[in-house]
Design a binder for this molecule. Sequence first.
Ligand code: BDP
Length: 681
Amino acid sequence: SDGYDLWLRYDPLPPAERASYRLLLRSAFFAGDSGSMQAAREELQRGVGAMVGAAPIAVASLGNADLIVGTPAALPALKSLGLPLNAAGPEGFVLRRIAWKGRDVIVVAGNSDVGVLRGIFALLRRIQTGQPLESLNVVEAPRYALRLLNHWDNLDRTVERGYAGQSLWDWHKLPGWVDPRYTDYARANASVGINGAVLNNVNASAEILTPPYLEKVAAIAGVLRPWGVRTYLSARFTAPIAIGGLKTADPLDPQVQRWWRSKADSIYRLIPDFGGFLIKANSEGQPGPQDYGRSHADGANMIADALAPHGGTVMWRAFIYSPEEVDRARSAYDEFKPLDGKFRSNVILQVKNGPIDFQPREPFHPLFGQMPATRVGMEVQITKEYLGFATHLAFLGALWEEVLDSRTATPRARVAGEISALAGVANIGTDRNWTGSHFDQANWYAFGRLAWNPTLRSSDIAQEWSRMTWGNDRQVTETVVPMMLRSRDAVVDYMTPLGLTHLMATGHHYGPGPWVDDLERRDWNPTYYHRATRDGIGFDRTAGGSNAVSQYAGAVQHCWSSLECVPDRYLLWFHHVPWTKRLRSGRTLWADMVKRYDDGVSAVREMRRDWASLNGRIDAERYREVTAFLKIQEQEAKWWRDASIAYFQSINGLPLPPGHAPPEHALEHYKSLRFPYAPGN
Ligand code: BDP
């Protein structure tokens, strides 16, 4: 298998199970014929047909249907059944086994056809994972109204930080040729409830807003629409200059305001359900309102006002930092906290999960829970820019669960409750398996599932995904799921243990570069982040240092400020600690660090061994690729470990603790390595 089918493989079930499902699913009545209902019908027939060997026949009357599928608007009879449709909201669904006129039927209902479609996917997932339908009684609604993929796709089809081939969007052939792959992309999103896609890179070219490109965008939007996926675009703040012929992009200039209004009007003429704009402004060289002496709120609100008549949203990114700041981790909070309450209601402040930048582990961003008068969304990175690109196995469900679950101010408040949108930087491209590796499909899947329901456990998500993707063989599930669940901690251990961060090589971010200290901006140097000296290591963010810890509220601030309370995983994020300090493990900091590097490498070695035990239980094509990638991961884990230990040893002059092998090469070797062929930005 080449992996193209993702988790929607619908492999045939064992004969015994087939028979019982088949009896329940012989026929189906579909109320309505919208694009979404057609999609629901085709998906049900395709999935059930493949899994149980016979597709439900679509019947024209309710009387002889085993399955009844629709909305109360299209099928008023549903209203009398007492279904909890209120709790399903506009996008959710109800699945229920009931007696209908003396017959035993399954109802798949929603308040919209898209809700119904999601209900069909939820039903199919139950069959895929072998769950009985006997006492089916489910009502679901998404926790967040916006669950969006952010594609960092350029118009030349390169993908910034993309490790899965080229951009899916074939701009040159659009709109005349609409690749059928767009439909499969939309289907996959619909199956996990993702309801929007920003098509182009946040480092945006203004050209996407020109009429020829908007025609192309409209063609894609037409494919995504029936699947409940709305189209959004990244907009360049200076588009009025670049493509509008104006001399300024000042948000308070009436001509500029008019330009955005008329641009929005023309987009909505082509794409009536257009979602809105994502904007990276005054960040890493992108233009923004501050170039005109205006605030981020002035910029966001001006564009929000242009979208408001059409119901569109502006996602304004909070990813800003400047080399003049005392501490990059402080920047976004310092800039945006004073703007709380100043944003229009159709602005979402889009904040990365941590205060630096999608690192293997960061504490949650201090803006979560501290912008009570602003809508805040969280941005995570599905593509693994900082976690080993496509070859390393790292299940990010565990990372996102950790962030969503983090306590904010009061003991009961969680980050998940403080946000109103979730965005994920997509890992999708033209590779046959979509994501560059089979296991990276799990990260697309987990993102969608958590955006729908952030209280899901990553272990349950891994379990579902594994069964749908690798089959229901128990030995496979019992091997794959634990591999996934330990994988992200393994990456943290071999790259950035104990709260270290941002130690990767320059530019492409591939491999270790903790020694780098000569970049044009000081806040791009790994040495800026680890602050290692002969005596100790770590960034002092307590009151004695940058005091970034003061941006957190109450108990969190209190604990993380204190060397006694701060968890080991954030130790060097908040504290500069002597190499000889004893940690909870009883080991010195240096000994603990070396052990963690080794643990990370061992974990990968064990993952390889576990995977090898599945030989013959998985199709050869996918088995071989994963086998090869795990081997690469082990080599690179060791590279990270050896290079990091060699470098830190050159700073602290300490011997290796007993029982740990010295790095394979001298530090100079690791420093001399170059990777011109690694995908960059
Ligand atoms: C950084 C990436 C860079 C992105 C930037 C962003 O290295 O390519 O443009 O994030 O999020 O992590 O804007």
